[in-house]
Design a protein around this ligand. Structure first.
Ligand SMILES: *[C@@H]1O[C@H](CO)[C@@H](O)[C@H](O)[C@H]1NC(C)=O
Ligand SMILES: *[C@@H]1O[C@H](CO)[C@@H](O)[C@H](O)[C@H]1NC(C)=O
Ligand SMILES: *[C@@H]1O[C@H](CO)[C@@H](O)[C@H](O)[C@H]1NC(C)=O
Length: 243
């Protein structure tokens, strides 16, 4: 009876000890900084500051904040402004962000004191800058038609792409005669749709001209704008004219 009693009290003391300890262990630091996400422009120089992280101890310990994983450590350095029970760190970039390579940096920071660790994950969105020019899918577009081509017919389609985003990737096409060796009026026979890149015959073909040479441009909507050029040749097989 006595033995059972002391055994029970030991169990009670034991579990009390552990539960008290467990309460102490579960008082990790608090991270006060709380953004669902933040933004930074691509090409921002190394050392750009984008957030201040504040963390405090619940147990009067010294709190430190560090990048939690290697991916975060590779991209961010944390500069301590104040380290103590309440600590403040400034987060600076260690790499130049490039939206075309990585649209979002998922960053995780860890606040640490002797009573535990707290993690905070911050998606850092990389905003677009117009740092890419459009490019045509071919340098040279070519089409061949018979003289019977009627006005309004879509003769050719040119396409340019731009890896930027939004207005920085919005392309406007333009076209004008290139390498003019014939009366210029005839060169205006074809016209381009600025938004689609469709090239159509807008006025009747005239005998005596077998190739229409044009330069086409693709211009993006960024500031400053970027331009790409390509060549368009439209050949007309005109069997109606001899000599
Ligand atoms: C993180 O970096 C450390 C030290 O540079 C290295 O030992 C470890 O293997 C890396 N971990 C991962 C998951 O890459
Ligand atoms: C830490 O910050 C809390 C809340 O702002 C404040 O009450 C406390 O006095 C600060 N402690 C120290 C050591 O600065
Ligand atoms: C294409 O762009 C170049 C350079 O900006 C310009 O000189 C040329 O006139 C443009 N051509 C067309 C068809 O818009």
């Amino acid at each position: 009876m006595e033995m059972i009693g002391s055994c029970l009290s030991m169990v009670v003391i034991y579990s009390l000890y552990f539960s008290t300890n467990a309460i102490l262990v579960h008082k990790p630091p608090i991270i006060h900084t709380n953004h669902p996400y933040l933004n930074i422009y691509e090409n921002s120089p190394i050392g750009t500051s984008f957030v201040v992280i504040e963390a405090s101890s619940q147990t009067n310990d010294v709190v430190t904040v560090t990048p939690h994983d290697n991916a975060t450590a590779a991209r961010i350095s944390l500069v301590p402004v104040k380290v103590g029970v309440n600590s403040t760190y400034m987060a600076l970039t260690k790499l130049i962000p490039d939206r075309e390579t990585e649209r979002i940096w998922y960053l995780t920071f860890q606040a640490h004191d002797s009573h535990g660790d707290t993690l905070w994950t911050l998606p850092l969105h990389i905003d677009d800058v117009n740092d890419n020019a459009p490019f045509f899918v071919h340098d040279h577009f070519h089409a061949v038609f018979g003289f019977g081509l009627t006005v309004g017919t879509k003769a050719l389609h040119v396409t340019a792409l731009d890896v930027d985003e939004g207005p920085n990737a919005a392309i406007t096409y333009s076209m004008k005669p290139h390498l003019v060796t014939h009366p210029s009026s005839r060169y205006n026979a074809f016209d381009i749709d600025p938004s689609t890149g469709d090239i159509t015959l807008k006025e009747a073909l005239q005998h005596g001209q077998s190739v229409y040479h044009y330069q086409v441009n693709a211009t993006d909507g960024g500031i400053p704008q970027h331009v790409a050029s390509a060549l368009v040749d439209i050949s007309i097989l005109d069997f109606g004219v001899i000599g």
